[in-house]
Design a protein around this ligand. Structure first.
Ligand SMILES: [Zn+2]
Length: 425
């Protein structure tokens, strides 16, 4: 039951165009054991080629030869692959993407964006590989999909009919997922309210100045006891015994579930905010700084403030609304939203009791109204600045553990833009 959606936008001219955006889908596959074995073989093949290519490239470099991806691939196809007959049983797309990915990894490293490419180890590195249909679009839709090399595969969830150039398969906590990008046209949504102030909290995830409240599911907090127990079970097993692997899988699944619940809630909140309001005002919280605070950190990570901020940013862009970040020193909880009186408000005080105009307001609601009335405007809109691109990368990491809502949108692939995304795929 995991579909995730994510919109990113990479314009060649760096100017955001509201009608062009990408959605990334990721959903769980329903596989039998035979299919799972085949998936693992493919991933193993990819790993084998990666390690070969990295080793070969390094050795060549030591002898003063720099090999690019097509030279590497050519050498591999002509001189290495023929020696390993098992490789001809598997799709040749797998190794072709390995050379592309290795090249990207090197590029990221030289730009200072990533670590030096490392050898992949079975069981340590995540299992994944990419396939395409030799330039033909891969049509996806419904629950049963005709995919290159595998033929018909089922997903747990029904997908809208769309097409993509390439597809990535990955294994997480024993389950296999399929992910791909499609281009979609987003149209500005009709708004029900002009401005909304959003107070983010720990006990309640978000309080809106419209009176709407999003409770925090505290997925992590609730699951923490179970996680601790599973972790303890794992530590009592003999390292790398079959029971150890089973226990490890249970721990991974528990973590996965927590992440899914959390990101599902955040997606609901951010969709609601971006779709229904023309101006969204949130506090520009220093998330990293806050997480350093030991006492608040677990609850705050749980509330996933960083995720909210990133999502509101790209979702407001695509639905035609404006995100305003209130200065982090704006005293939203200390001001009376009715008369402007200011007083100290320790965290334990849950009601704003104004001595000046005698109004009594719930603490978080009062803060959200102050945010709605915020005037020191810091707009985030219009330009995709380098920081926004960083957010895309952050978002794509988040994608691996995201659970969202499936929209019914017409989608079609676009070869030019798709190819510019290969580094993210
Ligand atoms: Zn007052």
């Amino acid at each position: 039951m995991l579909i995730c959606i994510f919109a990113i936008d990479i314009g060649s001219n760096m100017i955001y165009n509201a009608s062009m955006s990408y959605l990334a889908y990721k959903t769980k596959l329903q596989l039998n054991n035979q299919q799972k074995t085949k998936m693992r073989q493919c991933a193993g093949y990819g790993r084998w080629v990666w390690n070969w290519a990295l080793d070969f490239k390094q050795k060549a470099y030591k002898e003063g030869i720099k090999l690019n991806k097509s030279q590497l691939r050519k050498y591999y196809t002509n001189h290495v692959k023929p020696d390993y007959s098992w490789q001809s049983q598997l799709s040749s797309k797998i190794y072709q993407y390995v050379f592309i990915n290795l090249d990207e990894a090197y590029k990221r490293f030289f730009k200072g964006l990533g670590q030096y490419p490392r050898f992949k180890k079975k069981g340590k590195s995540s299992n994944s590989f990419t396939l395409d249909a030799s330039g033909k679009p891969i049509i996806i839709g419904g629950k049963r999909h005709k995919l290159p090399f595998f033929g018909s595969l089922r997903t747990h969830e029904k997908l809208p009919i769309c097409s993509s150039k390439k597809i990535t398969f990955s294994e997480q906590a024993g389950d296999w997922y399929i992910s791909f990008f499609v281009e979609v046209n987003f149209l500005p949504t009709e708004k029900t309210r002009h401005k909304v102030g959003v107070d983010l909290g720990v006990s309640k995830l978000a309080t809106l100045s419209s009176g709407v409240v999003f409770e925090n599911p505290k997925a992590y907090t609730k699951a923490v006891a179970r996680l601790a127990r599973l972790q303890r079970d794992l530590s009592r097993k003999v390292f790398q015994s079959s029971n150890w692997y089973k226990a490890k899988l249970r721990v991974q699944k528990a973590h996965r579930k927590v992440a899914d619940i959390r990101s599902n809630t955040v997606h609901h909140l951010t969709n609601y905010l971006a779709k229904n309001h023309s101006e969204i005002i949130i506090e520009d919280l220093n998330v990293k700084g806050l997480i350093k605070n030991r006492h608040l950190s677990k609850a705050l990570s749980d509330a996933a403030f960083g995720m909210i901020r990133t999502q509101v940013e790209y979702k407001s862009l695509r639905s035609g609304s404006t995100l305003i970040l209130a200065d982090r020193f704006f005293p939203s909880s200390q001001l009376c939203s009715n008369c402007g009186h200011r007083q100290k408000m320790p965290l334990s005080v849950r009601v704003y009791d104004c001595p000046s105009c005698l109004i009594k307001l719930e603490r978080d609601f009062n803060a959200s109204v102050n945010l709605e009335n915020y005037t020191g405007d810091t707009r985030v809109r219009g330009l995709l600045e380098p920081r926004a691109l960083t957010n895309i990368a952050v978002g794509l990491t988040a994608l691996r553990s995201v659970d969202g809502v499936l929209p019914t949108v017409p989608c079609e692939a676009d070869s030019k833009r798709q190819s510019s995304l290969s580094s993210f795929g």
